[in-house]
Ligand binder design. Structure first.
Ligand code: MF3
Ligand code: CO
Length: 240
């Protein structure tokens, strides 16, 4: 999973570097496919429940699952990229949100809060805590910063399958509930954070998820493993 994670991260980094005004989301998808193939892996998303691409590319008010296509990125856009790699029987899954050129300060703050909410969440990712401790930490941090957490999509266990039990919500229904975290558990935690209301809608293509109110949305995700000590992030370059 460390190797699958490194490949997923490499694909994410290369896509992120290519984000710029005038670039199409399909071009980013092609970059991801190339990187993943060169590493001897396959894209986790391609063909998953009929999904047609290697990445999800979600611009501005698109929350997740934006399908790559002819759309051009424009100056000031925020571009969420989600990519997974399958290598020697295991998956790595990660996402980040990138700025195209110069973006509004509020958009940058949304990106920063989304990323930091992940790290606030995994501070709670220690043996004996529960899934809901991660969820609560993410929600608390996001809401303290005036943003909202998407409820309709969640993080997940990951391993031989991209989506395994347990679900990892980014909001907390009932604290002190839900599965306990155990050593060796591998999770993909992925806060989706909206600038305004948390509500989302799915477009007629059956995939694209947008904010109901047109507010911006950002996404950040890593795959990690629970240990006796701090969790270890698996979606990072091998040399780190
Ligand atoms: N990171 C997302 C997830 O964990 C990506 C899935 S997109 C799909 O669910 F197309 F593969 F479904
Ligand atoms: Co995921």
């Amino acid at each position: 999973m460390r190797e699958a994670g490194a490949i997923a991260k490499l694909a994410l980094i290369e896509c992120g570097k290519a984000v710029a005004p005038g670039v199409t989301t399909r071009e980013l998808d092609e970059i991801a496919r190339k990187v993943i193939k060169q590493c001897g892996a396959t894209p986790s998303f391609l063909g998953y429940q009929g999904y047609p691409a290697a990445i999800c590319c979600s611009i501005n008010d698109t929350v997740i699952h934006g399908i790559p296509g002819k759309d051009k990125i424009r100056e000031g856009d925020i571009v969420s990229i989600d990519v997974g790699a399958f290598y020697r029987g295991y998956h790595g899954d990660n996402a980040d949100t990138f700025a195209a050129g110069i973006i509004a300060p509020e958009a940058q703050r949304l990106i920063d809060v989304t990323r930091q909410s992940f790290y606030e969440g995994i501070k709670q990712a220690v043996v004996g805590n529960r899934i809901s401790d991660i969820s609560k930490a993410i929600q608390t941090y996001v809401e303290a910063n005036g943003f909202s957490v998407v409820r309709d999509f969640v993080g997940h266990g990951i391993g031989r399958q991209m989506h395994e039990a347990p679900e990892v919500p980014n909001y907390c229904g009932k604290p002190g509930r839900g599965p306990r975290l155990t050593k060796g558990m591998t999770l993909a935690v992925e806060p989706m954070v909206n600038q305004k209301a948390f509500g989302v809608k799915i477009l007629k293509d059956g995939w694209t998820v947008k904010t109901v109110d047109g507010g911006l949305s950002a996404h950040y995700e890593n795959t990690f493993v629970i240990t006796d000590g701090e969790p270890i992030i698996l979606t990072r370059p091998l040399e780190d």
